[in-house]
Ligand binder design. Structure first.
Ligand SMILES: Cc1ncc(COP(=O)(O)O)c(C=O)c1O
Length: 355
């Protein structure tokens, strides 16, 4: 108890100390985690600004609170910029995270028990794409496609066949740890054969899509979700894009469906991020990201290291540490951290190790 009281009394100092330590850690390590990024000072400033004080349940011009005249303009600007950036009819900029964006899509398009077809978590899918430990695996009937066991690439004929057999209401394309391009037109064709919805989850590659360095799903998908904090280099949050006819359904599923008040500080930071992404310098930066990933993948492969899917066409690459170095991903990531290089570990297609 005495120890606890002492800790409470010095909490402010402790907090400042932890913060400074984390600042130093970020400065002094080489970060290779593909889902992390470093937003601009302006994005950071808006994220932690007085805009966080405002409650604004609802949408611009239709709020449950007074005093929203300025924040309505901020949210409208973020929506307009998102629409311009991704050449899309409708955008909802309120989701607090990629997971909540996906939750809202399921709530809008599915009923509990409906069937989803998505990539296996082991092969690079995301938890919210139907993992048993996630809400998506609890409320929906989830079936998984896998990567080709030899090429470790998406196998479109197999996805087509599974779609015909399972008849899912929703097919998901877009992943957490798949390093190659996705043929969204092919997914659309497969979905159309049975009248399924197509969700493109471009959480990882949104920055590349925004500048035309990765195929855009927007012409093909019914709904596209993405996080703003990965390649897009914005604040922690997400956005949902869709066609006009599904817009209201999606809005309702975000609020009041699965969120309360939006975070206007983050929405302003999203608008700032979209403005930055629209500048020519962002494309130069994304090209360098691709070049760096390519050089690393080539280097590893020339050393005889096994790179999953045979290389990368994106910002990320996955190394089979077990077959290349006889180390589990966990052991390899820990060794790298000791050397100041920060990575994350992932399951591999057909992996026999535990997560
Ligand atoms: C493909 C994909 N979808 C959704 C998410 C979820 O995003 P968040 O961590 O913001 O909930 C992630 C995060 O890693 C992701 O990779």
């Amino acid at each position: 108890m005495k120890k606890f009281v002492k800790k409470v009394n010095s909490a402010e100092k402790l907090l400042a100390n932890y913060y400074q330590k984390e600042r130093k850690r970020q400065k002094n390590t080489l970060n290779l985690i593909a889902s992390e990024n470093y937003p601009s000072k302006k994005v950071l400033t808006y994220s932690g600004s007085l805009l966080i004080n405002k409650y604004a349940e609802g949408y611009p011009q239709a709020r449950y609170y007074q005093g929203c005249q300025n924040i309505d303009k901020i949210e409208e600007l973020a929506i307009d910029l998102a629409k311009k950036l991704f050449k899309v009819e409708y955008a909802n900029v309120q989701p607090h995270s990629g997971s909540q964006a996906n939750q809202a899509v399921y709530l809008a398009l599915l009923k509990p028990g409906d069937k989803i077809l998505s990539l296996n978590l082991l092969a690079g899918g995301h938890l919210t794409h139907g993992a048993k430990v996630n809400f998506s695996g609890t409320f929906y009937q989830v079936h998984h496609y896998n990567l080709d066991p030899v090429s470790q690439k998406l196998n479109y004929p197999e996805i087509d066949q599974m779609t015909q057999e399972i008849k899912p209401k929703l097919i998901i394309a877009g992943y957490s740890a798949y390093s190659l391009k996705i043929d969204f037109a092919q997914f659309r064709k497969i979905a159309d054969k049975i009248g399924a919805y197509l969700l493109a989850d471009i959480a990882h590659v949104a920055g590349l899509v925004a500048v035309g360095l990765f195929p855009s799903p927007v012409p093909y998908a019914d709904v596209t979700t993405f996080t703003t904090h990965k390649t897009l280099r914005g604040p922690r949050g997400a956005v949902i894009l869709t066609k006009k006819e599904l817009g209201k359904k999606i809005d309702k599923a975000v609020f009041p469906g699965n969120q309360g008040g939006p975070n206007l500080a983050i929405i302003a930071a999203k608008a700032q991020c979209f403005y930055e992404v629209l500048q020519p310098a962002f494309k130069v930066y994304q090209k360098k990201v691709l070049e760096n990933a390519q050089i690393m993948a080539d280097y590893f492969q020339n050393q005889g290291v096994k790179v999953i899917s045979g290389g990368t066409e994106t910002h990320l690459l996955l190394i089979d540490t077990k077959n290349s170095y006889n180390l589990t991903g966990k052991a390899a990531a820990e060794k790298l951290e000791k050397a100041g290089i920060i990575c994350n570990k992932n399951m591999l297609p057909y992996d026999e190790e535990k997560p």
